[in-house]
Write a protein that binds this ligand. Sequence first.
Ligand code: ADP
Length: 280
Amino acid sequence: MSLEKPASERKSRSRLERKLTVLKLGGSVITVKENPKTPNIQAIQRLANEIIRAKIRNLIVVHGGGSFGHPLADQYSIKEGFKKKTQIEGFSLTHQAMLELNKLVVDAFIRQGIPAFAISPSSCIITEAGRIKIFYNSPLAKLLAMGCVPVLFGDAILDTEIGFTILSGDQLVSALATRFNADKIVLGVDVDGLYPRDPKTGSSKGLIEQITLRKLKNMMVDIGRAKTVDVTGGMLGKISELIPAITCDVQALIVNASKQDNVYKALKGETVVGTLIRKK
Ligand code: ADP
């Protein structure tokens, strides 16, 4: 009698045991947000170096659009859906701008020795009213099994209800973490983590170092009532998108990726300034 488990069982066990990290590199970190289509090459190279030094296996990277995707998406109202023919040009241009930024990121990764492989979300995902509906993730799974680092991005995407829209990198991160059984999400942004109010417009006091899902949900209710907390813009979107992944027991760590070695430390599991969000 063989003690070996059937192939199907072995496969699902190893998938469960494998630790996976999903790393998001914010558009405000890897681009200069004020200047259209301006990459922050220094930051991209530094982050590539931090990733290779961390020597972690099983990593998916997602990056934001910053000054590449956002201005065009706004100009042509891509997120709002297909309403007039003139938007089609903008749909192409937004995707193309994201491909340009993705190429810079993947080139920098490969130069540092990271086995990066670009994946266009619009080629494997379709949304329904802005939410991921169809996700053909077999190529991604195969790439991971091969030891590659898939690199995806927020993208202009086809939508079953509204024709097209924008799939945010943050929604993508959460969906990837849930579907691929990640144990950790690292969100690299340009502030030190989550605060009671936007540190860029108000006080940067009171960094929330740890928060549970229950407290985070209460915080969202408070935001809705415009009470004691003020989480806006990109951070509000990130937090709302993270909730489904955290519900599935994925830990999320928000760190300042503009500061040297924070991403390295977060990937390695070393102590780092930031906000840790856990289910309990
Ligand atoms: P990225 O484009 O890099 O993914 P965003 O710029 O969309 O990130 O979101 C991060 C921004 O959210 C921060 O730079 C910060 O100014 C803003 N923000 C708003 N409210 C808060 C808050 N309560 N705590 C931390 N950041 C906040």
